[in-house]
Design a protein around this ligand. Sequence first.
Ligand code: FES
Length: 171
Amino acid sequence: MSEPTKQAGADTSLIDSPRFTEPKSRRDFLGLAAWWSAFGTFVIAMLGALRLPMPSVFPESNTRVKIGPPDRFKKDSATHLTDLSLWVFREADGGLYAMSAICTHLGCIAKREDNGEFLCPCHGSRFADRGKVLAGPAPSGLQWLEVSVAPDGQIQVDKMRQVKPGTRLMV
Ligand code: FES
């Protein structure tokens, strides 16, 4: 930056004052503005980059659903929990198991027929009463889901945890 020019006969007391700051030129101002803009952009980009490793959607924290006390399910019964797309069966000896009604082909809800078999209305897959595939295009049987007793005594089903067909909870 150039030194302020002192004109002959001009009062230079202000220029010589220690509190004097040289006026900024327009070029200096634009240069500073550009630097601050670049700095601001960098900070915002860094904040965005720090956030990248975090998932935008958190996985369902608890996939277990309470479905009621054990005596809700009478012996030798089949209960359809429509809102959960789930069938809960209790056999004569008290054994309890839960089977998803979601067809393993493309996810339609299979309907239980009078003979106990399941029929998928979308593409006609047929499943036996215990979920085994009888006719495709479904590639596999209906899923058996983990059933357990919650600390408060209610029956709970883990919708994300599949168990081997035939696994029952004795309650
Ligand atoms: S979705 Fe069930 S047969 Fe296609």
